[in-house]
Every structure is written in structure tokens, then in C-alpha cells.
Design a protein around this ligand. Structure first.
Ligand code: BV8
Ligand code: ZN
Length: 243
């Protein structure tokens, strides 16, 4: 495992960009999409995390989010989240891009997180489009209603078939094109366009480092492969050289 070579690349980089996925929250006890076999009451994420799924049965989709929110409320950031937050505070030219909606990067103290797929802790009104933070561990009556206009609320996340927030994706693109080192951690890189940032970084001349216990869809474009859990590897990779 070329940890030393990867550490050298990070230490020598002017600009570092990071893309994280569900795997970085696994050690916090938040199941990854794949770990629960993508099935909840027999439904897959692709059935539930879609506008069609929500239109068909908003209460059921909200029950799924309420279940996931309750799991995420129990979770705390792990050493992988903290390693990224501490590195950000010590660096300039650092950008954190996440596919996760669990808010654990923010809770670990990461500033300016680029959330490509939104936040499970925010709701948006289907009628007046008002977006609000809602940190309640359980939401009493599902689907929740808008306090301002009484309209139905949806989770403020990006569903399959929906476009990513353009201003967030543009910043992620710019950081990917400008970085010297691109670190991809805890993602199977199966979901687009987020996953496309990895080959884009490689083709733009960045050194790509992957942190994942398993092979992924982008392992073929990676320069340094660090096979293991991000909660162990990220602190080793990002900690300031000791002594
Ligand atoms: C769009 C928010 C179009 C919601 C999410 C065919 C080919 C290519 C693309 C498509 C296609 N058919 C359809 C598409 C497009 C589709 C897509 O990519 N589908 C996939 C399934 C093929 N994409 C979209 O629909 C996107 N929108 O394309 O719009 C468009 C264009 C113009 C105009 C209109 C429309 C929107 C995608 C966003 C979906 N929303 N999340 C919610 O959370 O409820 S995606 C969701 O799933 C996550 O956010 C994340 O992105 C993804 C799960 O992936 P991972 O995070 O990687 O997690 P996963 O479980 O898969 O893997 C975990 C990894 O961690 C593993 O590798 C494991 O080894 C590793 N791991 C485990 N333990 C650890 C670890 N790593 C480190 N340490 C550990 N301890
Ligand atoms: Zn409203």
C-alpha cells in the first residue's frame, strides 16, 4: 500500500480536492447504500429516491427518510471526518465535495462543504419552495407540511433523475479541474455525474488517490490505492508529518 507516496503527493500539492461517499460514514454507523442491499421494506433506493416514487407515495418515501434520519441522528463523525476537517483548517486551496446527505462533515467542523446531493436535514416546500433546516430526530406526522403556506414538504436532497444544484456542481467542477491531488474516499463511484469527477481529475493532470476497502468503478484511473477503512487511513494520510 503506497501510503508514503500518497502522503508525499498530498504534502507537495498546492490544491487538493476530495470527493466522499457513503463509505466515509460507515464507521459512524450510518449504513451505506449498498450495505442494506439497497432494500428497505423490499424497495430499492432507486424506487424511493425519485420524484416518481415520492409522487406515488409521499408518506412511504418520508418514512424511509425518517428512518435514515433517525440513524444519522445517532451517528457521530468518525476520525475520517475529523482528519478532513483538520486538514481543511490547516490548508489553503482545499475543497471538500460530498455525495453524502448526512451532515457529518459539517458536524466534524469541515467548512464550506460542497453537497452535490443536498441534505437530509433540510426540507423544501413543493408549493412555495421555501427551504428550511429540520433537525428533529423523528418527524411526527408524515409527510410534513410547510409552516408558511401549508404545502407538502419534501427532503431537500437530489433524487435520481433530478439535476444537481448547478452552483454547487460548478464549484466542484472548478475545484476538480484546478487541483493537483484529487482524493476519492468511501464511494463506489456508481452514481453520476458525481463519479465523473474522478476520471475528469485524472485527465486534467491531478494525482488521484483512492481510499476504499474495495475496488470501485474508478479504481482503474487511480494513481495511489489505499485499501482500507477511511476512519483509519485518512488520519494517516492527512496528519501533519510527526516530528
Ligand atoms: C442526473 C441523495 C440527469 C438522495 C443520491 C446509467 C448510467 C449512468 C448514469 C445513469 C444511468 N441511468 C441513470 C443515470 C443517472 C443517475 C445515476 O447515476 N444512476 C446510477 C444508479 C447508475 N444519476 C442521477 O439520476 C443524477 N441526476 O443524472 O440527472 C438529468 C440531467 C439533465 C436534466 C435532468 C436530469 C442524480 C443522482 C443523485 C441521486 N441521489 N443521494 C438520498 O440520499 O436519498 S445518490 C446516493 O447514492 C448517494 O448520495 C451516493 O451518491 C450514492 C451511493 O453511492 P456511495 O456514496 O458510493 O455509496 P455506496 O453504498 O454505493 O458505496 C459505499 C462505498 O464505500 C463502497 O465503495 C464501499 O466499499 C465503501 N466503504 C465501505 N466502508 C468503508 C468504505 N470506504 C471507506 N471506509 C469505509 N469504512
Ligand atoms: Zn410552503
Amino acid at each position: 500500500m503506497d501510503l508514503e507516496a500518497a502522503r508525499k503527493a498530498v504534502a507537495g500539492a498546492k490544491r487538493v480536492a476530495v470527493l466522499t461517499g457513503a463509505g466515509i460514514s460507515a464507521e459512524s454507523g450510518v449504513p451505506t447504500f449498498r450495505s442494506w442491499g439497497g432494500l428497505w421494506r423490499g424497495f430499492s433506493a432507486e424506487d424511493l429516491a425519485t420524484p416518481e416514487g415520492f409522487a406515488r407515495d409521499p408518506k412511504q418515501v418520508w418514512e424511509w427518510y425518517d428512518w435514515r434520519r433517525s440513524q444519522m441522528a445517532e451517528a457521530s463523525p468518525n476520525p475520517g471526518h475529523y482528519a478532513l476537517a483538520d486538514f481543511a483548517k490547516r490548508s489553503t486551496g482545499f475543497t471538500l465535495i460530498t455525495q453524502n446527505v448526512d451532515g457529518l462533515h459539517e458536524r466534524a467542523g469541515s467548512p464550506d462543504v460542497l453537497r452535490l446531493h443536498g441534505s437530509i436535514w433540510h426540507t423544501r416546500c413543493l408549493t412555495c419552495a421555501k427551504e428550511e433546516e429540520d433537525r428533529r430526530e423523528r418527524i411526527p406526522d408524515l409527510p410534513p407540511k410547510c409552516q408558511s403556506c401549508g404545502g407538502m414538504l419534501r427532503p431537500a436532497v437530489v433524487w435520481f433523475g433530478e439535476v444537481l444544484p448547478p452552483e454547487v456542481f460548478d464549484q466542484a467542477l472548478a475545484a476538480t479541474l484546478a487541483c493537483d491531488v484529487f482524493l476519492v474516499a468511501g464511494t463506489s463511484a456508481a452514481v453520476h455525474p458525481a463519479a465523473s469527477l474522478v476520471p475528469l481529475a485524472a485527465s486534467s493532470g491531478a494525482t488521484v488517490i483512492e481510499v476504499n476497502p474495495e475496488e470501485t468503478d474508478v479504481s482503474d484511473v487511480v494513481h495511489h490505492t489505499l485499501r482500507g477503512p477511511s476512519g483509519v487511513i485518512l488520519p494517516q494520510l492527512l496528519s501533519p508529518r510527526l516530528g
